[in-house]
Design a protein around this ligand. Structure first.
Ligand SMILES: CC(C)(COP(=O)(O)OP(=O)(O)OC[C@H]1O[C@@H](n2cnc3c(N)ncnc32)[C@H](O)[C@@H]1OP(=O)(O)O)[C@@H](O)C(=O)NCCC(=O)NCCS
Length: 200
C-alpha cells in the first residue's frame, strides 16, 4: 500500500518538475521551447525576463541565477550564448550585465559575480545594506572554466581561454590564455604562428 502511495507521489513530483522547468523557460527573455535549453532540477532563477539563454545550452542541477535589478539603478541583463555546458551548482549573481559567449564549458561549483556590497565602515548602514558596487563581467566564446573557479566583478575573459581549477579571477584575461591560481595569472598564451601554447 505504502509503495503505491510513493509511486503516486513520485508521479506528481515528476509532473510538477517538468511543468516548473517549462514555466521557467517560457519566462526567459526569448521564450524557449522545452528542449532548446535544458535546466536540470532543482534550480533557482530570479528575473527570467532579464535573461537570454542560447539554444542547446545545458545547466546542471542545483544551480542559482540571481539578478538584482531592485538594488541598482540600471537593470542588469544576463546573456548566455548557444551550446554552452555548465556543471552542477553554477552560481551567477548579477548586479551589472553578465555576458557569456557561445560554446563555453564550465565545470561544477563555479561562481560568476558582478556586484560587491559597499564596505564603508563609517557608513551608518551595515555592509549588507550599503549600495551595491557593480561592474560587468564578460566571458568570450569557447572558454573552458575549470572546477570551483570564482570570476569577480569587472572581469573580461577573452575568447578561447582556459581557467585552471580553483582559480579566482580578479583581473581581465586576454584571449587565448591559460590562467591559473588565486589571483589568476596568465601562464601560457596560444601562438597561432607556432601552433602551440607558449609559456609567458
Ligand atoms: C590549467 C590546466 C588546464 C592545465 O593547463 P596546462 O597548460 O597543461 O598546465 P601545466 O600542467 O603545464 O602546468 C603549468 C603550471 O601551472 C600549475 N597549475 C596547473 N593547473 C593549476 C591550477 N588549477 N591552479 C594552480 N596552478 C596550476 C602547474 O602546477 C604548473 O606549475 P609549475 O610551472 O610551477 O610547475 C589544468 O591544470 C586544470 O586546472 N584543469 C581544470 C580541470 C577541471 O576543472 N576539470 C573539470 C572538468 S570540465
Amino acid at each position: 500500500m505504502l509503495y503505491t502511495y510513493k509511486k503516486v507521489a513520485d508521479y506528481f513530483v515528476e509532473k510538477y518538475r517538468i511543468w516548473h522547468q517549462k514555466w521557467i523557460l517560457t519566462q526567459l527573455q526569448n521564450p524557449m521551447e522545452y528542449g532548446e535549453v535544458t535546466l536540470y532540477y532543482p534550480f533557482r532563477i530570479s528575473h527570467p525576463e532579464l535573461i537570454t539563454i542560447g539554444k542547446g545550452t545545458q545547466i546542471l542541477a542545483e544551480s542559482r541565477i540571481q539578478l538584482y535589478p531592485e538594488l541598482v539603478e540600471k537593470q542588469p541583463h544576463l546573456v548566455i550564448g548557444e551550446n554552452c555546458f555548465f556543471g552542477y551548482r553554477l552560481c551567477i549573481l548579477g548586479g551589472a550585465d553578465i555576458t557569456i559567449g557561445k560554446m563555453v564549458l564550465m565545470a561544477s561549483d563555479i561562481t560568476v559575480v558582478s556586484e560587491n556590497h559597499g564596505i564603508d565602515p563609517e557608513n551608518e548602514l551595515p555592509y549588507m545594506k550599503q549600495q551595491l558596487q557593480i561592474a560587468p563581467v564578460s566571458i568570450g566564446d569557447n572558454c573552458w572554466i575549470g572546477d570551483k573557479v570564482i570570476i569577480l566583478p569587472g572581469v573580461t575573459i577573452g575568447e578561447g581561454c582556459v581557467i585552471g581549477a580553483g582559480s579566482v579571477v580578479s583581473k581581465s584575461i586576454p584571449e587565448y590564455s591559460i590562467a591559473v591560481g588565486n589571483p589568476a595569472r596568465v601562464i601560457k598564451r596560444y601562438s597561432f604562428d607556432q601552433h602551440m601554447w607558449v609559456k609567458v
